[in-house]
Ligand binder design. Structure first.
Ligand code: FAD
Ligand code: SF4
Ligand code: SF4
Length: 1019
């Protein structure tokens, strides 16, 4: 290892390095990468795409790092620190990268703690403490703590992806901070390296020794010297996260930082945003999980009244049971009411048409006492002139639904199409509650003056209301943002608030620190930085010496941002729009000025919030769940596409190798289409990439074999016996892997010489079904027609048994071939061929759809492409007509059952006493079509189907059959699906997807049945 440089030289060099190292010194970057690779086994990611994926967080900023390092252990992090010090390369520590102010973007080496450095080191349930590594995600920690009845209560909205290191870095705050405080109130200690490589243990000041003690002494002296300044300038609110916590030695917070009034030096690191030390571990104070929760929803005639009442409502919490007072404004209410899934829940919480509601939650051990609090709330509202304004929700079910609605409302807001976006830069100013009404009113006027508006929501309990004015950062957004920020800051000052009350400083608010605290305290912050990081190595130019918030050179969409013109294969015009910031109305599709026909704007919908890093229920994102790689994450993919489409990854644009690598493990499950708050649909984007890539590089034999399956299936089925030999001969399987890349460890779908299409089942003619009283059209796809014809046969029987006149869909101009949706072509990027197939299907089915006759299909990925991709193929209104009538078999039956049309079928079904275990296909989940499967199975007397909480099965069309994907495919299946199947040995496993059935068969050696077969068996 090289000898360290003298301190002064190193400091100067590091400071200069920050701005120049990325561009000027390839040599430094090269040496850095080389040494990281030689001295650790961590992941060294220095490609332009890797750096680009770590150049952004959930803010508006983008700064290319020199490189990215993913340590496998804390020891690797220490070594990286030493190397960076030697080479004078700054360090930007990172957790989930969900910061909203640009805390994790910087030109140094980004160290990502989230992948490997995420252990729980020690739990002391009796003392209610836990020690963790910084990369652990809050939800994952709380899942582990649940069995001991404890939790870490700083419940940030990003709990599913935020790491404890990142939360400490930002001094994050949860919805229930009124009861539990913020991070600083719940951290007991930290082990951390300062940039000179020393490891310190930060904890109680009175117990501190050595250099930690010395640093503490110095900060204490600063606080003492600046006592009058601190008293005069420090915001006296719970939610103040700007600057360093100099006030640990002179508490200004509404809630003391420690329970016993002692000083804890770890609190200096909390909120320091990676600028003081690199955290190795954190010791946290846990709380008891509340045994009961009750909710009162207070309806207000005016927004002002809601804001004015918050100060009185919080007084009900003097006994510690008040855990949240959350605002939902009229816009949010209306957005939620537009969503049919949420409307009933929202209506159940409303009295008339309130302008705003406050969700008031009480939690604790004694349910009776909590119910009494609800009565007190009702009385209080009566006293405040609003009798009968509270909807009581004493039960957890409705409460959970309502919290979900509150979250979804934000998601709808964030999914606004067009270049104007709700921008977070003053969304967490905190003001004392007595000023909340005046402040929000005045800020609304500011928005109006600037031709925009804000939707208000969140933490009324602590005076921190989220609001994001809509700004177009590519055009005049930066000066607008600055102007609004300046006016907002004047209001914050007037109302004695904190400018940075939740999301931290970063690039966005650093320059307001001096404004907030005054020059003397700002100078003290500089001294603290100097004390901890004399080399200026850790996230330099943050908190101290920050850049201007509106420096467009640091932005993701600077004025020079351009998209490479591109003719997309699919229709993306719905995204090619602009919006009006005041009304949020969007212009007509195709008018947004996107040279990529809307594709680029669809990609740019990703705002980096990181929700795709979650591991909870839902599908998104299976490839991330097994790899934990930013590259194999929806966000990483969207960033790669954005960089490629805007020429930031070189001239190859969309067809570049970096895009291919990023999309390699995307299984096109559409989990993101459903779960991503802004609706990023990577499956559809992958089609666009495949089309561009294969146009440039050509299609392989395997691509053609997969794509043209529907063409040759009829002929091939005549040689079923011969072709199936591949599944019985190891030699043939090995040969298949060598020549075609299909894994020898897999069986391939079995060909059938007797299949549905030659079975003689014809069903009713076109004329008969058009004239029938109970008509239905059955669309039999390639897979259920040729490989698993029993499913098609079963569906036909069930529909007939239910009294329907069933027409089996056939070509308008018969040519001896079956109809096909084009799915296999899409999966291979042959979009023109897919369109030709889809066109035939549309021509054949439109006459029925136009008459309102349902078109029913069995394979989710085939049938649902009629509702999805087919509407983006340029077929206009007819495709929409067909989409509206296209239903999965169970969706159709569930609809008919609800209309009372299946009584005859129900009467015919024999009881079933075996357990039923249901796995939903990803596309079924994406289209909310899993519940109908359960509903329809419940038609069978005695059936109690259980849904497996699974992500993607991992097979995903041809993905899992490919040798290069076999391992990842099996890992995806092992996440939850296969263990659930194994744990229920007696159950009948139900899976509608052909690949899912195959994966279950391969992985658990159990048959899985289409729901149609389960129903048919009971006839
Ligand atoms: C939609 C949305 C909702 C949000 N809701 C909330 C909310 O309810 N409450 C809230 O407080 N915030 C919220 N945030 C902001 C953000 O999610 C939180 O601040 C979160 O705690 C950050 O966690 P992270 O793991 O992503 O940290 P990162 O963004 O990766 O890092 C945060 C800071 O910590 C530093 N850091 C990370 N690891 C280390 C380490 N080992 N050593 C030293 N420094 C380190 C980083 O350098 C950075 O300065 C929200 C963000 C979004 C996008
Ligand atoms: S893909 Fe969606 S969920 Fe993931 S970061 Fe982007 S916007 Fe968030
Ligand atoms: S389609 Fe599935 S695998 Fe691909 S990015 Fe979306 S969630 Fe991830």
């Amino acid at each position: 290892m090289n000898a360290p440089l003298p301190l002064k030289v190193a400091r100067e060099a590091a400071r200069g390095a920050y701005d120049t190292v990325a561009s000027a010194s390839n040599e430094v970057a090269g040496r850095l990468a080389q040494r990281l690779a030689a001295e650790t086994t961590g992941e060294v990611l220095f490609s332009p795409a890797d750096r680009g994926r770590y150049a952004t967080d959930a803010s508006i900023y983008q700064v290319m790092p020199v490189g990215v390092f993913v340590p496998r252990s804390t020891e690797h992090a220490r070594i990286a620190l030493d190397i960076c010090r030697d080479l004078k390369v700054p360090i930007v520590p990172r957790g989930g990268g969900t910061s909203q102010c640009g805390q994790t973007v910087g030109a140094g080496l980004v160290i990502d703690f989230s992948k490997h450095v995420r252990g729980v080191l020690e739990v002391d349930a009796a003392a209610r403490t836990v020690t963790v590594e910084p990369g652990i995600v809050l939800d994952h920690l709380n899942a582990q703590l649940k069995k001991s009845g404890l939790w870490y209560p700083v419940d940030v909205s990003t709990a599913a992806q935020a790491t404890l290191g990142g939360m400490a870095g930002n001094n994050s705050c949860g919805s229930r901070s009124i009861a539990y405080g913020t991070m600083v109130h719940n951290v007991l200690g930290a082990q951390a390296w300062t940039s000179d490589g020393q490891l310190h243990t930060f904890g109680r000041f009175e117990d501190a020794t050595g250099s930690a003690r010395a640093m503490g002494e110095r900060v204490r002296a600063l606080a003492a010297a600046l006592a009058p300044e601190i008293d005069a300038h420090w915001p006296k609110v719970l939610r103040r996260v700007g600057g360093y916590n100099l006030d640990v030695f002179r508490n200004q917070n509404e809630k003391p930082y420690t329970r016993d009034g002692s000083v804890n030096l770890a609190h200096l690191l909390v909120g320091s945003e990676g600028t003081l030390a690199l955290m190795k571990s954190l010791t946290l104070q846990l709380s008891e999980l509340p045994r009961a929760k009750v909710l009162g929803v207070v309806n207000f005639p005016t927004f002002y009244k809601a804001m004015d009442s918050a100060q009185h409502i919080v007084k009900l919490g003097s006994d510690g049971t008040l855990t949240a007072v959350e605002l939902v404004d009229r816009t949010m209410i209306e957005l939620s009411l537009q969503n049919p899934a949420f409307a009933p829940t929202v209506r159940s919480a409303l009295i008339g048409e309130p302008d705003a509601v406050l969700l008031v939650e009480f939690a604790g051990a004694d349910r009776t006492a909590l119910l009494h609090k609800l009565r007190q709330l009702e009385e209080l509202m009566g006293d405040l002139g609003l009798p009968h304004s509270v909807v009581l929700m004493p039960d957890e079910g409705p409460q959970k639904n309502l919290w979900e609605v509150r979250k979804a409302g934000l998601n709808i807001m964030m999914s606004l199409k067009g270049d104007g976006k709700p921008v977070s830069f003053i969304e967490d100013c905190a003001v004392p509650l007595q000023n909340l009404a005046e402040y929000t009113d005045a800020l609304t006027q500011v928005f109006r003056k600037h031709g925009t508006r804000g939707t208000w929501y969140a933490h009324a309990s602590v005076g921190t209301l989220h609001v994001r004015p809509i700004l177009d950062m590519r055009r005049n957004g930066a000066p607008e943002m600055r102007a609004i920020a300046e006016e907002a800051s004047a209001l914050v000052r007037k109302y004695k608030g904190a400018y940075s009350g939740e999301h931290g400083d970063g690039l966005c608010r650093g320059e307001w620190i001096r404004w907030q605290f005054g020059p003397k305290i700002d100078q003290a912050f500089r001294e603290i930085k100097q004390l901890f990081d004399p080399l200026g190595l850790l996230s330099p130019q943050r908190i101290v010496d920050p850049p201007r918030m509106d420096d467009t050179r640091l932005m993701r969409f600077p004025p020079a941002y351009r998209v490479i013109p591109l003719q997309p294969a699919l229709d993306w015009s719905a995204w090619d729009v602009q919006n009006d910031p005041a009304t949020e109305r969007t212009t007509a599709p195709g008018t947004g000025g996107d040279p990529a026909g809307g594709f680029a704007k669809a990609v740019e919908m990703c705002n980096n919030n990181g929700h795709c890093r979650k591991f909870d229920a839902g599908t998104m994102c299976p490839s991330y769940r097994v790899t934990r790689d930013e590259q194999h994450l929806t966000r990483g993919r969207a960033n790669t596409l954005r960089l490629a489409l805007s020429g930031q990854l070189g001239p190859d644009g969309l067809a570049s190798e970096a895009v291919r690598d990023a999309l390699e493990l995307c299984v096109s499950c559409k989990g993101c289409k459903r779960d991503c708050p802004t609706g990023v649909d990577m499956a559809r984007m992958k089609i666009e990439f495949l089309a561009a890539d294969r146009r440039k590089n050509g299609w392989s034999f395997k691509d053609r074999l997969i794509a043209r399956l529907p063409e040759y299936a009829g002929t091939a089925s005549r040689f079923a016996g011969l072709l199936n030999l591949r599944n019985r001969s190891g030699l043939l399987a090995a040969l298949g892997e060598k020549l075609l890349g299909f894994s020898a460890r897999r069986s391939l779908p079995e060909w059938q010489s007797a299949h549905f299409f030659n079975s003689g089942v014809r069903g009713a003619s076109r004329e008969e079904v058009l004239a029938a009283a109970k008509p239905v059209v059955l669309f039999v796809d390639t897979f259920n027609g040729y490989f698993e014809s029993m499913n098609a046969q079963a569906a036909f029987e069930v529909l007939q048994a239910a009294g329907y006149t069933v027409h089996v869909a056939s070509k308008a101009k018969p040519d001896g071939r079956h109809l096909c949706c084009g799915r296999t072509y899409l999966a291979s990027g042959m979009v023109d061929e897919a369109k030709a197939k889809a066109r035939e299907l549309l021509d054949a089915l439109l006459p029925f759809a136009e008459r309102g006759i349902a078109v029913v299909g069995l394979e989710p990925s085939c049938l649902l492409s009629l509702r999805d991709e087919m509407t983006a193929m340029g077929f206009g209104a007819p495709a929409q007509v067909l989409a509206r009538q296209s239903l999965l078999f169970e969706e159709f039956l569930a609809r008919e059952a609800q209309a009372g049309k299946l009584d005859a079928l129900r009467a015919q079904l024999k009881p079933l006493d075996q357990p039923l275990l249901v796995h939903g296909h990803c596309h079924q989940k994406a289209f909310g079509a899993v519940t109908p499967v359960l509903d329809v199975l419940k038609l069978i007397p005695g059936a109690q189907p259980q849904l497996i909480e699974s992500s993607c099965c991992g097979m995903a069309g041809s993905f899992g059959y490919e040798a290069k994907h076999h391992a990842v495919s099996m890992q995806m299946a092992e996440l939850s699906l296969l263990p659930a199947v194994r744990n229920a040995p007696d159950a009948v496993v139900v899976a509608d997807g052909t690949s899912c059935r195959h994966q279950i068969h391969d992985g658990a050696q159990r048959p899985a049945l289409h729901a149609a077969v389960v129903l048919a068996r009971q006839l």
